[in-house]
Structure formats: structure tokens, C-alpha cells
Design a protein around this ligand. Structure first.
Ligand code: URA
Length: 269
């Protein structure tokens, strides 16, 4: 096979496997290529050739960090943070998730901390990863328009974040292990931001913070209890994710009903 067609075959294989965009110049998680040697530099001493019958040395693969250890690290960092800037710094320094290696930057939150309502989504997408703020892509723009119609805007009266602070490669859905790992951070985030109400945008946020076996279509349009680490319970309205609404415009009426429910509850207080 000629070099060119071999490369095309390799590219096609990656597309078949679902890799649909380039994240880094080099593959993440693979051993680093040996540093390039200056042609003029002295050659490295040659290693003795292995005996032909000798068993091949096993490739050195770093063992993945066990999730419980990373989860404990996340819980300790989150508990130690006494305000939002400290929490942000703790999350930026957290090394327990490989998502940090493929994401461009941490996406912490947007809007006004201390607002009566805090929205929680799933994870940053490509636009959020580039700009460092949650819900700034097309689904965020739809969300902003919906919320504006009930008198909410992020410059004045709501706060917004995600379960995961780093973008999963290719926008894949977060795994259960990832959700569990980041739970201490988002729980502490909610405690420190101090909203009266939560709105859980989509199945990932609802599953992570409420738990249970029901999917978002059954959970939406209802208030659920979210228990924080300080044992405080916050009422949380589950609703459909705006990205789902973009794909399924017929569901917008349900989302609108949820917005009205939220407004009514806020007005009652
Ligand atoms: N979807 C999310 O769940 N969060 C974002 O920040 C953007 C899109």
C-alpha cells in the first residue's frame, strides 16, 4: 500500500470509530515521541540488540488512576474551598480527570452568584471550551431567549454552571464515573453560590444531582429535592436540555411550561 492510501485508510478507521474532530496536535495519553535530535549532536549510544529468542518487553502503560481516589481528592478539594474563587482554583488544580488534558480550559460558571436561581447543565461544548463560559453556543442562546421571556438574564438575575467543568472530547455524554467524580465540586458550587432554586437542564444534571432511575422525560416538569453536602435541601426543577429542544422543536411547549412553573414558584416566594 502506498503511503498516501495507508494514511487515508487510517483516517477512515478513526472516522468509523467516531473520532470527528482534532483536539490536539499529538495523540493524548500516548508516550511522548523521543525528542528530536539535532543532526550535529552526538548520536545516542546504541542499546545492545535483544537476543532473537528473548520475550518482547511489555509496552509501558500508565495504569489509569482509580476513580475512588480521584473522587476523594475532589471531595477534599471541594470541602476546603470557602468561596467561589477558591473553588474555581481548586477545580483548576484538580488532576484526577483526563478530561483536563483534552479540554482547552476550565468552564466554571457565568451569571450572578447569589441569584435566587441557579441552572445546572451537563458539560461544556466546543464554544464553551473555546470561550471559557457555560452555555454560550447555540443551545445557550436558545436558553437565554427562553429565560428572557420569564424575566431572567445572566447579567442580572441568574447563575449557571455544569456538572462537568471540562469538555468531554467530541461532546460525548459524560460517563457515570465522570459524573460521580465531579459531584463534590458541583454540590459545593451550589452551596457557595447559595441559590433558592435549582433548574436541572437535561438528563445528566438531573441524574447526577437527584439520582434515581427515571429518565428526564418523566422527571421534567416536577420539583425534586437536591441534598447538598451540608445537608441543606434545595428544590430543583428538572427540565429538557436546550440542545434537545433544538433537535426536537415539538418539545419546546414542555420546556415553556417548565419556565412558567419556575416563574410562578419564584413569584410565590
Ligand atoms: N451544554 C451544556 O450542558 N452545557 C454547556 O455549557 C453548553 C452546552
Amino acid at each position: 500500500m502506498r503511503m498516501e492510501s495507508a494514511l487515508l485508510e487510517a483516517l477512515k478507521l478513526q472516522l468509523d470509530w467516531g473520532a470527528d474532530e482534532t483536539l490536539l496536535d499529538l495523540p493524548a495519553g500516548l508516550p511522548q515521541a523521543a525528542p528530536r535530535r539535532d543532526r550535529a549532536a552526538a548520536p545516542a549510544p546504541e542499546a545492545p540488540a535483544p537476543h532473537p529468542a528473548a520475550p518482547k518487553p511489555a509496552a509501558r502503560i500508565e495504569p489509569p488512576r482509580p476513580v475512588p481516589a480521584a473522587g476523594m481528592e475532589a471531595a477534599a478539594l471541594a470541602a476546603a474551598a470557602q468561596d467561589l474563587p477558591a473553588l474555581r482554583a481548586a477545580m483548576a488544580g484538580f488532576t484526577g480527570s483526563p478530561l483536563k488534558d483534552t479540554a482547552t480550559q476550565l468552564v466554571f460558571a457565568d451569571g450572578v452568584p447569589g441569584s435566587a436561581v441557579m441552572f445546572v447543565g451537563e458539560a461544556p461544548g466546543a464554544d464553551e471550551d473555546r470561550l471559557g463560559r457555560p452555555f454560550v453556543g447555540v443551545s445557550g442562546q436558545l436558553l437565554d431567549r427562553m429565560l428572557a421571556s420569564i424575566g431572567l438574564n445572566r447579567a442580572e438575575n441568574f447563575y449557571i454552571s455544569n456538572i462537568l467543568p471540562w469538555r468531554p472530547p467530541g461532546n460525548r455524554t459524560p460517563t457515570d464515573a465522570e459524573m460521580q467524580m465531579f459531584l463534590p465540586f458541583i454540590r459545593r458550587h451550589i452551596e457557595l453560590a447559595g441559590p433558592k432554586y435549582l433548574v436541572l437542564l437535561g438528563g445528566t444534571a438531573a441524574k447526577a444531582l437527584v439520582g434515581g432511575k427515571e429518565g428526564i422525560t418523566r422527571m421534567r416538569g416536577k420539583w425534586h429535592d437536591v441534598r447538598l453536602s451540608n445537608d441543606k435541601v434545595i428544590p430543583a426543577l428538572a427540565t429538557l436540555h436546550p440542545a434537545y429542544l433544538l433537535r426536537t422543536p415539538s418539545a419546546k411547549k414542555d420546556a415553556w411550561n417548565d419556565c412558567v412553573m419556575l416563574r410562578r414558584r419564584m413569584n410565590e416566594a
